[in-house]
Design a protein around this ligand. Sequence first.
Ligand SMILES: N[C@@H](CCC(=O)N[C@@H](CS)C(=O)NCC(=O)O)C(=O)O
Length: 227
Amino acid sequence: MILYSSPLACSSAAHMILLELGIPHEIEFVDIYAQPHILIEGGTPFTDVNPKNSVPALRLDSGEVLTEIGVILQYIADLKPESGLLPKAGSLARYRVMEWLSYVGSDVHKTIGPLFHPHMPAAGKEIHKQNLNRRLTYIEQRLVHESYLMGETFTVADAYLFVMIGWEPYFKFDLAPYPNLAKFHKRVASRPSFADVLQLIDPVLKRVNLPVFPSATHIRDDVVRHA
Ligand SMILES: N[C@@H](CCC(=O)N[C@@H](CS)C(=O)NCC(=O)O)C(=O)O
């Protein structure tokens, strides 16, 4: 299977899970900072792969292409159910993970982009800021007594949240008011799969001239346009 991913994007969560599970795969990196978005190797327009023009996309061995991060993460984890990264389909715990995937996707991920859009007026920014704060505070409280969103077990939803809050250095919002989220970030960052992702994306980041993830302190304006 082929994962179409962009180095700083939410698709990094799917990349991490593929590595966690040792599932054979190829990665095709997509430059989502180029207009139109293109495959870094060869320059093919990305819409040829995913007409939605967003990463991730997962090409299955059958040739079919699956999209949407919350679905792709589940598809990958279901290939190795024994890993425990995702509870069994049909169990309440599975719906709880889906609940988190949905919350991180619609309420966290999609609040970040508008908040830091260079052309967003101050009043609009303030509304998004308050929304993001409310959502991160909710997650912060969840993490007071627990290491991960589902308790003491790392799941695919944690990988997604991890990548979202890893954007903090680029978007210059402060994780200091959320000490448990900051600890959560550190905890997930210590997983070998993240070190592997960093190593694999490093040459690609240099090629598209982006700062090294996730410890950079500066930001390119165009990064925010694609969150
Ligand atoms: N609905 C999609 C959205 C994914 C998404 O927002 N991807 C961003 C990167 S994190 C992207 O590809 N942006 C490029 C663009 O929209 O032009 C999903 O959940 O997978």
